[in-house]
Design a protein. Sequence first.
Length: 248
Amino acid sequence: MSDPKKNTVRQSNFGTLHLIPVGLGEAPINQWLPTQAQIQAGGLSTYIAESAKVARAFLKLTPLTHPLQDITIHELNARVEDGVLESWLAPLKTGQDIGLVSDAGCPAVADPGARAVALAHQMGAPVKPWVGPSSILLGLMASGLDGQRFAFHGYAPVEPTERAKQLRTWEQTSAKQKQSQLFIETPYRNQAMFHSLIEHLKGNTRLCVARSVTTSDEWIRTLTISQWKSQPAPALDKHPTLFLFQAA
């Protein structure tokens, strides 16, 4: 059995991997990120990001300690090999802190950053999650659906037949387990996804659409499928949207 004191001493020699949420859309940073998190973000000189462009736009909103051009930003995607990712995290071993950000919301949730977090744990480095926007939890909070039993699925299949089959499977699971089902879609496919939900789910299933959460375009509504069918479809094209439903 490992000695907890030894683990504590080991971690104290490492820098920390800071998991810092970024905005879900255009909105003042003070509305979605606490001051202390802003200060921490602005003080880091190395980042691992889903997109360097998005990371730079985020950092411009923070109180930077270093010139933006001096901040190292590594882009993490599925093509980055573990050895390369390990080299990016190597500064943790010498006590340097590193930031991890996603393109939107919380890093490492439906995001390749989870690989960096896993490697940091393997190294024995401390990992610090910071408070910030999560469309998953904010959407669930506002939906009125079951918040104790829920499953987040990431993305549904793109191919229409497979997508319809998956939606019906999730609906069956929702009914059996009394569980809310959550997923996202690429913004330009939101309208197609909405119409698939309306077409393939049962009339008494409750569907919540949470669009552009925390921004000026925020719009959240929960209705049964039958009720959705009786009114115009919401404008979802190019808006980050979370879909949630719960079968009766």
